[in-house]
Design a protein around this ligand. Structure first.
Ligand code: GSH
Length: 208
């Protein structure tokens, strides 16, 4: 499989973790978001949304990290990314969606660029915006997650896979995470695991 990715993309980071946890081979095709390659006609033929990640499979190309990961989980059931129990599964999905649907889209590159370019916001104001939406999401998640090692139960799930890249982003933007001891504990534990470590931005072929 081929993964259209960008080293700093947290949505691509999620898919890299999922592929690693399942022990699946994949080739990375870097799309440089800073250079605007996501908007090229060539890439839009793969993912009309112009967003990474996209996964090229034998059946075709697929966008949306959550859809990709759920498909991987059904196609390769080893190392499941969701618990068996339906209630626990719903809890995992609720946490994953809080990050992927509520926090992440507000802090996406195109949103930050729009604030700067179309609304003339300063770098500091954009950083305040960035921190604000992560804090609002993390305030709730800190109450919802179990303590380390993982968000739910004793195995990594979609909740951890979505959480870890979001924590990495928060750290990159120098956010103070001392109010989130459970979230930080889960991050520290996941960072001891190869599947997570190998997926971090610094370990990607297009990392600069
Ligand atoms: N909901 C999508 C979000 C994908 C997304 O927003 N990707 C970002 C990188 S993390 C992107 O490609 N941004 C390009 C841009 O903002 O122009 C998913 O989960 O795959």
């Amino acid at each position: 499989m081929k993964l259209y990715s960008y080293f700093r993309s947290s949505a691509a980071f999620r898919v890299r973790i999922a592929l690693n946890l399942k022990g699946l081979e994949y080739e990375q095709l870097p799309i440089n978001l800073r250079e605007g390659e996501q908007k090229s006609e060539e890439f839009k033929a793969v993912n009309p949304l112009g967003l990474v990640p996209a996964l090229e499979t034998e059946q075709g190309a697929l966008g949306q990290s959550l859809a990709i990961m759920e498909w991987l989980d059904e196609a390769w059931p080893q190392t499941p990314l969701l618990p068996d129990d339906s209630w626990q599964k719903a809890r995992v999905r609720a946490m994953a969606y809080s990050i992927a649907c509520d926090i992440h889209p507000l802090d996406n590159l195109r949103v930050l660029k729009y604030l700067k370019t179309n609304f003339d916001q300063s770098e500091d104001d954009v950083t305040t915006w960035y921190h604000h939406w992560i804090a609002q999401g993390f305030d709730a998640l800190e109450q919802q997650v179990e303590a380390a090692p993982f968000c739910v139960g004793d195995k990594p799930t979609l909740a951890d896979i979505c959480l870890i890249p979001q924590v990495s982003n928060a750290k990159r933007f120098s956010m103070n995470l001392t109010s989130y001891p459970k979230i930080v504990g889960i991050w520290e534990h996941c960072m001891t695991m190869d599947a997570f470590k190998q997926a971090v931005p610094e370990n990607q072929p297009d990392s600069m």
